[in-house]
Design a protein around this ligand. Structure first.
Ligand code: HAM
Length: 424
């Protein structure tokens, strides 16, 4: 049998409720803040990511699923959502529309990484992007949305917000020089990647996972000490807003993020529940991305959360889920009753009830066993005498009581007993 590609996963129907809980919370929370959904292609021209995400990032240098299509064009499966949204924002003339522009997405993304718990080659993200606002209030809105989303999933108490500022082009250039001066004497002992990073973007060195390099990064100068006055004021105002909103955070100067487009605010929500891949959500401000893509400069801020990691946290915490199982299973004793059961089931579905019936000519006992596995709340049995009477024998699966209910009253009866959707 052909097997699933390494680093990918099936989502089975038994897990659907968990995924839907996360996706619904994402949509509902984003919409509370006025964000609307955006969908962009799964693949883009490779150039978009090379320029957008940055050709010094690990994502672009090592992890992209890039191939030539039949027309000989280089295309790439998106490794993240931001670059595609930025392209769509510009290409569709939205820069000239109402600002701030706010959009969210639920996507799959692809990175050729070494798979491990919480790290896949195809994974899923909920992301939100806000264009046009340079104020710290916009950063705060992104963080508040992210934080409310995690609270909605009931894992807010198991994550920690880490916040940093990596400055703007001006102060980062000064910082870059300070980093180069600091790392220079150690370069010969550092990995090859870091030597390239040293030339291209020394900030990336701080993100190196190599133990040999980490030795040196610990004592490196901190960006926060190099912020220019404007960047410092921006960061202070943001912290003030978060304090006022009661959002707890830790300033963590080690957060630099793995993508090259950030400036000023960067943040991550991490957890201690799921091992090494502990960042469940990351984001920040990226005021120069559009410029990098040759579009009119527009300030922007956003984040993305990894759905698989959120689900691992929810599992580890044992978050209870409200799964809706079958309301009623219609069991038929003979061919005629099965035929009636099928029509009745269809009628009940029209009333908004989850109704199932026998499709395998099973014995009554086997039908009950299956209904039990489904978690059906009621089983309505139809046999010869019930057919004659125009009624079903309805068994409450949570007890042993049963009642005779006329076919035409079945929907109302079950709704009444379930005690829901009555008002509708
Ligand atoms: P990122 O930090 O690369 O940022 O990814 C965001 C989140 O996606 C991570 O925190 C993690 O939860 C999840 N993630 C990343 N890679 C994997 C993987 N291989 N397997 C499973 N989950 C993964 C971005 O993607 C930015 N576009 C976020 C952003 C939006 N910044 C501004 N706007």
């Amino acid at each position: 049998m052909i097997q699933i590609p390494k680093g990918t996963k099936d989502m089975l129907p038994s897990e659907a409720c968990l995924w839907h809980t996360v996706e619904n919370a994402a949509r509902e929370t984003a919409e509370l803040y006025g964000f609307k959904e955006i969908r962009t292609p799964t693949f883009e021209h490779t150039e978009l990511f090379a320029r957008g995400v940055g050709d010094a990032s690990d994502i672009v240098t090592k992890e992209m699923y890039t191939f030539l299509d039949k027309g000989g064009r280089s295309v790439t499966l998106r490794p993240e959502g931001t670059a595609g949204v930025a392209r769509a924002f510009v290409e569709n003339g939205l820069q000239g529309g109402a600002l701030p522009f706010k959009a969210y997405y639920l996507i799959s993304a692809f990175r050729y990484e070494r798979p491990q718990a919480g790290r896949l080659r195809e994974f899923h993200q909920f992301g939100a992007e806000l264009y046009g606002a340079a104020s710290p209030a916009a950063d705060a809105e992104a963080i508040l949305l992210a934080s409310r989303f995690l609270n909605e999933l009931q894992i807010g108490d198991r994550v920690e917000l880490r916040l940093n500022s990596i400055g703007c082009k001006t102060c980062r250039a000064r910082y870059g020089e300070a980093l180069r001066a600091y790392f220079k004497p150690h370069l010969s002992e550092m990995c090859e990647d870091c030597r390239t990073r040293y030339e291209k973007n020394p900030l990336r060195i701080l993100d190196c996972k190599n133990e040999g390099c980490k030795r040196f990064t610990e004592g490196a100068p901190r960006m926060l000490d190099y912020l220019c006055d404007d960047c410092r004021a921006h960061f202070e105002t943001l912290k003030g807003i978060l304090d006022g909103a009661g959002v707890a955070y830790t300033v963590d100067p080690r957060i630099v993020r793995g993508l090259d487009y950030y400036s000023r605010t960067v943040f991550e929500f991490t957890t201690d529940l799921i091992g090494a891949q502990s960042t469940v959500l990351g984001g920040g401000r990226y005021d120069t991305l559009l410029e990098q893509m040759d579009a009119k400069p527009t300030p922007a801020v956003g984040f993305a959360a990894g759905l698989e990691r959120l689900i691992l946290v929810m599992d580890a915490k044992g978050v209870p889920l409200a799964e809706r199982t079958s309301d009623v299973y219609l069991a038929g004793l003979d061919a005629a009753s099965r035929g009636r059961a099928l029509l009745l089931a269809e009628q009940l579905r029209g009333e908004g009830l989850i109704a199932e019936c026998d499709l395998m000519d099973r014995s009554l006992k086997a039908q009950f066993k299956y209904a039990d596995k489904l978690g059906a709340a009621f089983v309505a049995v139809i046999g010869e005498s019930e057919l004659e009477e125009g009624a079903a024998e309805v068994r409450d699966m949570s007890g042993s009581s049963s009642e005779r209910v006329k076919f035409e009253a079945l929907a109302q009866y079950i709704k009444g007993r379930l005690g829901r959707r009555e008002e509708k």
